[in-house]
Design a protein around this ligand. Structure first.
Ligand code: ADE
Ligand code: ZN
Length: 322
């Protein structure tokens, strides 16, 4: 029986497996620049975050209809459930779809259809978090928030906002206004920071964006005062160990700072980020850190417990999910 866990850092577009990508390409008459799934998989050799993002945005060309988004989310939820995920807070990138002429309504209706039946079909409760692309303008982010208004909780499935895409050179402060507007709408706030970018981006995400959770946060370890603050304020970090290896944030998994971060008292969680690209889903990440870092059963239980503590579930819901 896999450990029951919550997944808090998962880009739904990053769950697009090569087989589904080719099936959707055929369904939608899209020609992919790869002969077959094997050739596509061979392209999954990344030098850094940007080299991954180029492929990730390119492959989204196959996602066109409500059914495509429903099938994508349903496939993820089935895999996640099989690995012990009981609750998933799922990111999506609306600007990447709007830019291709696929509207917010299509994306949210498709994802929402899979999410609505997820508890009954997969035993996984879900929430949806809309991410702004940090390499797009602040104005575009504000327009995206405006377009999302009909789909915000409690009427719709979107409970929060996040910030992702190319980090270096795109500090969080650019998005102060849209995060302020999101807070005024009652939305939860998270942000990617300290994946490739410096510790100062983590501080800025907390101070300027009011981020309640930091996605990755890996580079906080370079700033002892920041570590003290994250520990004191119990700010959750959503780490993604296999992603860090594949995007070369760490050289090898055996050198991942997760054990040091736990020893420092940080509220760490383990997640999969873009599992179709990085070699594994949530349970695979747990197994990989157990094997490479020799984490004890107690440490693994702590990580699983942290995932519920760091979630946006209310406490009675949290208890039911566990
Ligand atoms: N978008 C999808 N995966 C991402 C990651 N690991 N970092 C930043 N943006 C992303
Ligand atoms: Zn991510």
């Amino acid at each position: 029986m896999p450990l029951p866990k919550a997944e808090l850092h998962l880009h739904i577009e990053g769950t697009l497996e090569p087989e589904l990508a080719f099936a959707l390409a055929a369904r939608n008459g899209v020609t992919l620049p790869y002969a077959d799934t094997e050739e596509l998989r061979k392209a999954y050799e990344f030098a850094d975050l940007q080299s991954f993002l180029n492929l990730y945005y390119g492959l989204m060309a196959v996602l066109r209809t409500e059914d495509d988004f429903a099938d994508l989310a349903d496939a993820y939820l089935a895999r996640a459930a099989a690995q012990g995920v009981r609750h998933a807070e799922i990111f999506f990138d609306p600007q990447a779809h709007l830019a291709r002429g696929v509207g917010m309504g299509t994306v949210v209706a498709g994802l929402g259809r899979a999410l609505d039946r997820s508890e009954a079909v997969h035993g996984v409760s879900t929430q949806l978090i809309m991410c702004f692309l940090r390499d797009e303008s602040a104005g575009s982010a504000m327009e995206t928030l405006e377009a999302a208004k009909p789909y915000l909780a409690p009427r719709g499935p979107i409970v929060g906002v996040g910030l992702d895409s190319a980090e270096v050179g795109h500090p969080p402060a650019k998005f102060a206004e849209v995060y302020g507007a999101a807070a005024a709408l009652g939305l939860r706030r998270v942000a990617h920071a300290g994946e490739e970018g410096p510790p100062a981006y983590i501080t800025e995400a907390l101070d300027v964006l009011g981020a309640e959770r930091i996605d990755h946060g890996l580079r906080c370890m370079e700033d002892p005062e920041l570590v003290d603050r994250l520990v004191r304020d119990r700010v959750p970090l959503t780490l993604c160990p296999l992603s860090n290896v594949r995007l070369r944030a760490v050289d090898v998994l055996a050198e991942h700072p997760l054990p040091k971060m736990l020893d420092a008292g940080l509220l760490c969680t383990v997640n999969s980020d873009d599992p179709a690209y990085f070699g594994g889903y949530a349970g695979d990440n747990f197994r990989a850190v157990r094997e490479a870092l020799g984490l004890s059963p107690e440490r693994l239980r702590e990580l699983a417990r942290n995932s519920f503590v760091a979630s946006f579930l209310e406490h009675d819901e949290e208890r039911r999910a566990r």
